[in-house]
Design a protein around this ligand. Structure first.
Ligand SMILES: CC(C)(COP(=O)(O)OP(=O)(O)OC[C@H]1O[C@@H](n2cnc3c(N)ncnc32)[C@H](O)[C@@H]1OP(=O)(O)O)[C@@H](O)C(=O)NCCC(=O)NCCS
Length: 210
């Protein structure tokens, strides 16, 4: 499941890569976009273990991105199956009115997930922003989703005011579809709300071009 791009080696996250994952998710410019406090070591280990389990049972989850030459940990990103729940059901209106949209993946562990569309995301250690690595991870994710997993759509969501993440979505050819509401941050506030707005981009397999 290792994928190579021009500059990166993308390795599935597993329990064994918790320390490398920690370099990304505990970066002081990264974690505030995901939670109200920096993840603890136990949080990171649980996260890495969960991602590894998803790779095993769902056939996909996030990669750790390493510099192909130096081996530096650059970031984490890629795909994951979206849970079948009320939050993600808000995305149905951005997808075609077809049965495949709400079908569940055969394996119900570690969570019941959609079978035919995936979420795509990215996070880089601060020192590696501004070099195109997130877009490189994003394009690799789209290729993996449509060529290897043959899903019908990929979606990407980010807090409304996360301009850098929204720019990555546009850079890799995803199209803005609208907003959903979920627990998260609102611009200018430090504590999460249940109804924070998330910008959502979509790409259907038919719309994808390398
Ligand atoms: C979101 C995030 C991954 C975006 O990172 P980024 O560095 O802005 O995005 P990219 O890696 O695609 O880099 C794009 C920039 O690199 C520049 N660049 C430099 N060399 C480049 C190259 N060889 N190829 C492509 N772009 C290059 C681009 O011009 C662009 O510059 P700009 O931002 O001034 O327009 C990063 O800000 C981050 O980790 N944020 C914290 C976590 C987060 O918010 N994650 C998303 C939550 S949904």
């Amino acid at each position: 499941m290792t994928v190579f791009t021009d500059r990166l080696r993308l390795e599935p996250v597993s329990a064994e890569s918790a320390a490398d994952l920690g370099l990304v998710v505990c970066d002081p410019e990264v974690w505030p976009w995901y939670s109200e406090r920096c993840p603890t070591r136990a949080d990171v280990e649980e996260l890495a273990t969960g991602m590894g389990e998803s790779w095993t049972r769902h056939g996909v989850h996030k990669w750790l991105a390493y510099d192909r030459s130096s081996g530096d940990v650059i970031g984490r990103g890629g795909l994951s199956r979206t849970p079948v729940d009320d939050d993600w059901a808000q995305v149905y209106r951005f997808l075609p009115p077809d049965d495949w949209v709400s079908v569940s993946y055969d394996e119900p562990e570690p969570y019941v997930a959609h079978a035919n569309w995936l979420e795509l995301g990215w996070a880089l250690r601060r020192r590696f922003w501004g070099r195109g690595y997130a877009a490189e991870i994003g394009r690799a994710g789209l290729a993996f989703a449509f060529e290897r997993l043959a899903v019908s759509a990929v979606v990407s969501c980010t807090t409304r005011h996360n301009r850098r993440s929204r720019a990555v979505m546009e850079r890799i050819g995803m199209r803005y579809a609208g907003e959903v509401r979920s627990r998260g941050l609102v611009e200018g506030e430090r504590t999460e709300r249940d109804d924070a707005p998330f910008a959502t981009c979509v790409l259907l397999r038919d719309e994808w071009s390398v």
